[in-house]
Design a protein around this ligand. Structure first.
Ligand code: PMP
Length: 409
C-alpha cells in the first residue's frame, strides 16, 4: 500500500491564472519524507494513519473510519469470501447494500415517499442533458439561473434541447435576488446550482420559483445541511465531493417527472428505466454505492444533517475569519451572504508569487490540493463534511502565520 511518504502530489494542470499573462506549468512536487502532518504538530494536527489534510475539491477527502471499514471489507465482505467489487449486483448481499444505502439516505434527507432515489453513472455532467431529455419536448421553454461555471455548463446543455431562458445571471460572486429573476410563465423547470464549487457561491435558502419545478445541482454541498426535498422536482449530485468515491451520481426525482422522456432518449438516460429497475437496469457502480452507504450510516449515527451543518458552519467560520483578520492580505471575493461552507476560494492580491509560496509551504506541512481552480487561480480550500475541524484549524493557523511573515510592513 502506498504510504503518505511515497505519495506524489499530482502535477498541476496548466494554470491560466487571472493575473498571469501566460499559463505556467508547475513541475511535480514530491512530498518530502518530512512533509507529514506530524511536522505541523505544533498546530495539534494529526489526522492519523499517516494521512495528510486533503483540501481537494473532488474527488475529495473521505472519513477515515469509513475508509478503514471499507478496507476491512475489501477482501472478504462480511464472511462472503469475496469483495463487494467481485460479487454480482443481483446477489442478496449486494441487494442489501444498495437498499440500505437508499434507506439511510432517505432518513438523512427525510425524502418523501413520492420521490425516487436513483444511483446513476456519467457524473453530474450527464444530468445536465438527462434533465431536459426527460422533462421536456422539442420547443419547450426552461429557465436557468447562472451563478457560476457549473450552472453555466448546465445551461449550455439545456440550450441544446430547449428554449433555455437565462432567468438570472450572477457575477460569480453573489446570487441575484430571487425577486429579480425573470422566470418564464410556461417554463418546464427552473435549474440552479446550490453551491458553485469553483466560485464558492452558495444558496442559503430554497429559491421560491412560484410553483415551477425546481431543479438543483447539489454536487458540492449534498448532505452538508438539511434540505426540504419536497420543494424540489429533482436534486442531483455527483458523489465524489461530500459523499463517496467518483463513479456514482445520485438523483432524487419526484415521481410525476418520471416517464416523460423524449422517444429519442437513450435507454441509459431515461429516469423511468432506472426507477423501474431500482437503479439496477445495468451493472451499477457497486463499490461507489457501497462506500456512499457507509458515509450515510455514519452521518445518521452521528446525529444527522443538523449536526453536520453545525460542524460545517463552525469550520467555514474559522477560514473566513482568518481571511477577514488578515487586513487585506487574503481576499475572498464572495458576498458574505452567499459564501460557501464547502469551498472557500481566496487570493493574496498583492502577489501571485506569494500564492505559489503559500501552496508550496502548505504542502510541506501536509495540507494539499489548495491550488485554486485552473480557471481562476489563487487558492481554494474545500472543506467538505469529512474534513476534520483540526484540518481547518491547521490551515487557519498556517494562514495567519504566513500573513504575519509576508504582509508588507
Ligand atoms: N456540478 C458541480 C457543482 C460540480 O462541482 C461538478 C464537478 N466539479 C459537476 C457538476 C460535474 O460533476 P461530474 O464531474 O461528476 O460530472
Amino acid at each position: 500500500m502506498q504510504t503518505m511518504q511515497q505519495r506524489v502530489v499530482r502535477p498541476a494542470q496548466r494554470v491560466a491564472s487571472v493575473r498571469m499573462a501566460a499559463p505556467v506549468r508547475r513541475t511535480a512536487v514530491r512530498v518530502a519524507a518530512t512533509a507529514t502532518v506530524e511536522k505541523s504538530s505544533s498546530s495539534g494536527a494529526k489526522p492519523g494513519a499517516g494521512r495528510i489534510y486533503n483540501f481537494s475539491a473532488g474527488p475529495a477527502i473521505l472519513p477515515l473510519d469509513v475508509l478503514e471499514e471499507a478496507q476491512r471489507d475489501l477482501v472478504n465482505y462480511k464472511g462472503t469470501g469475496m469483495s463487494i467489487m467481485e460479487m454480482s449486483h443481483r446477489g442478496k448481499e449486494y441487494e442489501a447494500v444498495i437498499k440500505k444505502a437508499e434507506d439511510d439516505l432517505r432518513k438523512l434527507l427525510n425524502i418523501p415517499s413520492n420521490y425516487k432515489v436513483l444511483f446513476l453513472q456519467g457524473g453530474a455532467s450527464t444530468q445536465f442533458s438527462m434533465i431536459p431529455m426527460n422533462l421536456t419536448a422539442e420547443g419547450d421553454v426552461t429557465d436557468y439561473v447562472v451563478t457560476g461555471a457549473w450552472s453555466k455548463k448546465a445551461l449550455e446543455e439545456g440550450q441544446k434541447y430547449t428554449k433555455a431562458n437565462v432567468a438570472a445571471k450572477g457575477d460569480n460572486k453573489s446570487i441575484p435576488p430571487v425577486s429579480s429573476w425573470k422566470l418564464s410563465p410556461d417554463s418546464k423547470y427552473v435549474h440552479y446550482c446550490d453551491n458553485e464549487t469553483i466560485g464558492g457561491v452558495e444558496f442559503k435558502s430554497v429559491p421560491d420559483v412560484g410553483g415551477r419545478v425546481l431543479i438543483s445541482d447539489m454536487s458540492s454541498n449534498f448532505i452538508s445541511k438539511p434540505v426540504d426535498v419536497s420543494k424540489y422536482g429533482i436534486i442531483y449530485a455527483g458523489a465524489q465531493k461530500n459523499v463517496g468515491p467518483s463513479g456514482v451520481t445520485i438523483a432524487i426525482v419526484r415521481d410525476d417527472l418520471i416517464g416523460k422522456a423524449r422517444p429519442s432518449t437513450p435507454v441509459m438516460l431515461d429516469y423511468k428505466i432506472h426507477a423501474e429497475n431500482d437503479s439496477m437496469y445495468n451493472t451499477p457502480p457497486c463499490w461507489a454505492i457501497y462506500v456512499c452507504g457507509l458515509v450515510f450510516a455514519k452521518l445518521l449515527k452521528e446525529g444527522g444533517l443538523e449536526a453536520v451543518q453545525k460542524n460545517n458552519e463552525a469550520k467555514a467560520k474559522i477560514i473566513y475569519d482568518a481571511i477577514a483578520d488578515s487586513n487585506g492580505f487574503y481576499a475572498n471575493p464572495v458576498d458574505p451572504a452567499a459564501r460557501s461552507l464547502m469551498n472557500v476560494p481566496f487570493t493574496i492580491p498583492s502577489s501571485a508569487d506569494l500564492e505559489k509560496a503559500f501552496i508550496k509551504e502548505a504542502e510541506k506541512l501536509g495540507m494539499v490540493q489548495l491550488k485554486g481552480h485552473r480557471s481562476v487561480g489563487g487558492m481554494r480550500a474545500s472543506i467538505y463534511n469529512a474534513m476534520p475541524l483540526e484540518g481547518v484549524q491547521a490551515l487557519a493557523k498556517f494562514m495567519r502565520e504566513f500573513a504575519a511573515k509576508h504582509a508588507a510592513k
